[in-house]
Design a protein around this ligand. Sequence first.
Ligand code: CA
Length: 238
Amino acid sequence: MYSRAAMSATILIVEDEFAVARGIQYALQQEGYQVAVAKSGEEGLDFATNQAPDLVVLDVRLPGMDGFEVLRRLRASGSKAPVLVLTARDDEVDKVIGLELGADDYLTKPFGLRELMSRIKALLRRAYGDLSDAAGGRVIRHGDLVIDLERRRVQRGDRRISLTPTEFEILRHLASRPGRVYTRSELLELLRDYEALDQDEKTINVHVSHLRDKIEDDPAMPAFVMTVRGVGYAFAER
Ligand code: CA
């Protein structure tokens, strides 16, 4: 679909009205964001759970599953992506707030694209700190994990994660090519220039284990750094 290395933030628009969706899509693309459009709640939920966009713009009124239900299920699936809900009436706003579905912001139609854009930027800043430039630069994102290659900084949401140089290098190599399997000896070779490491490939296991302790919610069930049994490690594909 697109290169994940040095990529910009991906925004999902869930809206069945073509003109509205197209207008938002165009405005976001002009700002350098990657944009996906889903025309139904089901399609939107499917994309949001499988592709982990950085932010979701979600219309309440959709054919079939409405926006409230999409949001409820999205949060139930564990997604923490910021969601901006588009409403048509005040009573829908009340419902968004009242149901505590986990919307991060809402905007009532009709709204100006400039207003929408500033809300989106604010949400991205809040969720991903100052790494949220649309241009992305040398930043790798996966869900709420943000790896700033130039500043050598790693965040989960707005939480800074402190890695050792070796842990950072392992993560950098793996995350730069999601899905590519690196053997332990390959990683050892890549890291050798960087730090004098033990010759033993088991050293890599120890560093990966420490890395997982820091970046994974559950190191035993990693979502980012995957073990490829009998081969080595790979960064998760979206
Ligand atoms: Ca709609």
